[in-house]
Design a protein around this ligand. Structure first.
Ligand code: GRF
Length: 209
């Protein structure tokens, strides 16, 4: 990427709470430099998150906003919003961020915050969506990348991919199959966003050519 293009690069902040394999997929997708963006920081609520190691290895700065050190969710959210405002990202990615984002942050980053969920929304929002899919007996599940709104796992959908639920699957095997699609879909959605190809019209996200 030459310096002229770098002026238009979008600034991305990733929020992650744990393993961070989706964060890694974003890091890896940026190496060929065909996504006009820079990951300027990882923010985590969990000081033990493996995502921190991934950030260090990639040379990405990390801020830990340790949820456990705040006396209320409100205080935590205020601190998080202050840091986000300080860096003023063009895009915030929730990459396995295991908390519900508060309304003030959602409002501040409306249309600029993207989440990945391991089910075909609107089916199976919330935790353990792979187990929910197994318990329901669906033949297909998958993943959804969507803009974040005030409700859990409910915003306008950008990309989805489908996987079969196979006989004998348990939560782990199904999660692994879905995760492969997550690692493909999340960078794709980020690329579409960073190349200004997404238009939100109510619930529907149009993808421009
Ligand atoms: C992924 O399945 C993601 O869809 C969900 O939490 C999991 C996080 O995995 N929100 P990782 O931390 O990205 O490896």
């Amino acid at each position: 990427m030459n310096p002229e293009n770098s002026a238009q690069k979008k600034k991305i902040i990733v929020l992650a709470s744990g393993r961070g394999s989706n964060f890694q997929a974003i890091i890896d997708a940026m190496i060929p430099a065909d996504i006009p963006a820079t990951c300027i920081r990882l923010i985590t609520d969990n000081p033990g998150a493996y995502a921190i190691e991934r950030a260090k290895k990639a040379g990405i700065p990390v801020t830990v906003v340790d949820y456990g050190s705040f006396s209320s969710k409100k205080q935590y959210e205020e601190a998080l919003l202050e840091i986000l405002n300080e860096y003023d990202p063009d895009l915030v990615l929730l990459a396995g961020y295991m908390r519900i984002v508060g309304d003030d942050i959602v409002r501040r980053f409306r249309g600029k915050m993207i989440n990945i969920h391991p089910a075909l929304l609107p089916s199976f929002p919330g935790l353990h969506s792979q187990q929910q899919a197994l318990d329901y007996g669906v033949r297909f599940s998958g993943c959804t990348v969507h803009f974040v709104d005030e409700h859990m796992d409910s915003g306008p959908i950008i990309v989805q991919a489908c996987v079969p639920v196979l006989p004998g699957d348990d939560e782990e095997t199904l999660a692994g199959r879905i995760l492969e699609e997550e690692h493909r879909c999340f960078p794709l959605a980020v690329k579409l966003f960073c190349t200004d190809r997404l238009r939100i019209k109510g619930r529907v996200v149009e993808v421009l050519d």
